[in-house]
Design a protein around this ligand. Structure first.
Ligand code: HEM
Length: 542
């Protein structure tokens, strides 16, 4: 094998800017896949693209990849995979999403990759019991009640004076996050956000603007992000002159810091209400309880530093779960209802499955999780939506050692050779593109671009990739979505509840497309300035 120190052997697009390579245009790409889909068609499922400073300083080259084998590498456990999210990934403020806040007690030590790994393992171990299948069953009635509250709200307000049989336009991106925010508050922390009741909620309004300019950042912000990633520690968190006052560099930092503060205030408030004290997190939690708040509080009380989560870490985790646990499920449900609105025949099939089960139930008895899992079309529609609309459409990884990435589908090198593997150096940036992978014709068939739940009816049992349905939508391995079972059951409960009460349709002339707005959110052609919207026509059943 030829020794390769640069990625010159890989093909890829020419840089569109001397300074920014292709990174700025990738960041400004509003429609998901608009740039990458043609690139994948030209170069295959693995190619390189220059990032900021790549052209002049040979730094920051990116490998963009949508190959089954690289996704398989993420399936592995921590010690054997070399591909990990880098602590200072994109913007360290967003470390929050990947489970911690840079300001917690370990401070800048976390920038050391091995330390980071251990921290992640410690957090994950502490939280795992709260996300077990048996624990989640206890939330089912909450999911169902919350969906019923949404249905009642629509009946009482939107349909109040609507003549029987007429439909109303309802924007799903306005309503569904309210349900999921209320659900995460109550299930995880026994806390009422009151989002469905339109109570003034600072957290909900901070969240609404959190991703405002995450994409389409200015050149200056991009430069500062890149430089900060290369500093030994990030001044946004570690001001050498005043440790209590972070250096705020951009509008983005400011917003994320506000979110952190607001969500931690909410977390403190939750703890105070639960514990009756606001000085620390001393709580006599019920020994056996495994809800998220209890497991976090208990891990705060452990003395062993290898297992303990300190106060700041507990607050960061609570903020992470509020963020990761609601908009994600709401967006996926939005896409699901959109596809069902376009395919009324599937609404009929699914309603038939639900009605058949309801007929067997006694008065007032709702569906249980076995009922949900037993419905064939119901689950196929969910899986197909997770395939077509992976709301986290790219996973950003770095190689923490020199390694070789095998490819399941060879690509042609810049020298015309067939490449079956790619040697990478420690520190190599890798963008695993789930959106493209989930639509590869070689994997999903000629109709990969079409929403067709039937494809999941024939698939043999047994997952080989990812945590659910052979999909990478919840990622894989030790970094996979800890909340996937939670999300799935919530999706099932919302879908069954809404289809029982309403029929959905959509204006056939409305052009909806997946847009990069924090998550992959729906946008409407000509109405892009409105942000994520999904106006569906909704009709009340009986
Ligand atoms: C349909 C809904 C959801 C989708 C598609 C989704 C997707 C994902 C993905 C792709 C990741 C990995 C990101 C990466 O590796 O860079 C992730 C991580 C995570 N998710 Fe979800 N998620 C969903 C719902 C939830 C829910 C409901 C919760 C909590 C209740 C949650 C909590 C988390 C947490 C804490 C992580 C970080 C895990 C870690 O780093 O170990 N997610 N999610």
């Amino acid at each position: 094998r030829r020794s390769r120190t640069s990625l010159g052997f890989l093909r890829g697009p020419a840089p569109s800017s001397w300074l920014f390579g292709n990174e700025l245009e990738l960041n400004h790409q509003f429609e998901v896949g608009k740039l990458e889909v043609p690139w994948y068609k030209e170069y295959g499922a693995a190619f390189r693209a220059p990032g900021i400073f790549s052209v002049n300083l040979m730094l920051n080259l990116m490998i963009l990849i949508a190959d089954r084998h690289i996704l398989n590498m993420m399936n592995r456990n921590t010690s054997s995979t070399s591909l990990i999210p880098k602590p200072c990934n994109i913007s360290s403020t967003r470390q929050l999403i990947i489970i911690q806040d840079g300001r917690s007690s370990e401070g800048h030590k976390k920038a050391v990759w091995e330390g980071y790994r251990n921290t992640h393992q410690r957090h994950r171990k502490a939280l795992n019991p709260a996300f077990s299948a048996s624990q989640l069953k206890t939330f089912l009635s909450l999911f169902q009640r919350s969906t019923q509250r949404l249905s009642n709200k629509w009946r009482e307000t939107i349909f109040k004076d609507t003549p029987k049989g007429s439909s109303q336009e309802i924007n799903m991106t306005k309503w569904l996050p309210k349900v999921t925010l209320d659900v995460i508050g109550e299930s995880a922390f026994d806390y009422k956000f009151g989002a469905l009741d339109e109570e003034d909620n600072i957290l909900a309004s901070t969240l609404r603007h959190l991703f405002d300019d995450t994409f389409g950042v200015t050149k200056l912000t991009m430069l500062s992000r890149t430089i900060r990633q290369r500093l030994p520690y990030d001044p946004t968190y570690h001001n050498p002159f005043n440790p209590d006052k972070p250096v705020v560099l951009s509008k983005e930092d400011k917003r994320w810091n506000t979110w952190l503060e607001t969500s931690k205030d909410a977390a403190r408030d939750i703890l105070k209400k639960t514990t009756g004290n606001d000085s620390g997190i001393e709580l006599k939690v019920n020994e056996g309880s495994k809800d998220i708040l209890s497991v976090l509080v208990r891990s705060n009380m452990i003395e062993d530093p290898n297992k303990r989560l300190d106060d700041e870490e507990v607050l960061s985790q609570m903020a992470t779960i509020i963020l990761a646990g609601h908009e994600t499920t709401a967006s996926t449900t939005t896409w699901l209802l959109y596809e069902l609105a376009r395919h009324p025949e599937y609404q009929v099939k699914i309603r038939g499955e639900i009605d058949e089960i309801r007929d067997r139930k006694s008065e007032g008895e709702d569906l249980n999780s076995n009922d949900y899992d037993s419905m064939v079309y119901f689950n196929a529609a969910i899986k197909e939506t997770l395939r077509m609309y992976p709301i986290v459409n790219t996973l950003f990884r770095y190689s923490d050692r020199d390694d070789v990435i095998p490819l399941s589908e060879p690509v042609i090198s810049a020298y015309g050779e067939k490449l079956t593997e790619i040697p990478v150096k420690k520190g190599q940036r890798i963008h695993a593109n789930i959106f493209i992978y989930n639509r590869l014709k070689s994997v999903w068939g000629a109709d990969a671009d079409i929403w067709n739940p039937e494809r999941f009816l024939d698939i043999k049992k047994g997952t080989t990739l990812g945590v659910y349905a052979n999909l990478m939508t919840f990622s894989a391995g030790v970094r996979s979505c800890i909340g996937w079972r939670f999300a799935l059951q919530e999706l099932q409960a919302i879908l069954a509840g809404l289809l029982t009460n309403f029929e959905f349709s959509v204006d056939p002339d409305m052009k909806v497309f997946p847009a990069s707005m924090g998550l992959m959110q729906p946008a409407v052609r000509g109405r892009e300035a409105e942000g994520p919207i999904m106006p569906l026509k909704v009709k009340l059943r009986n």
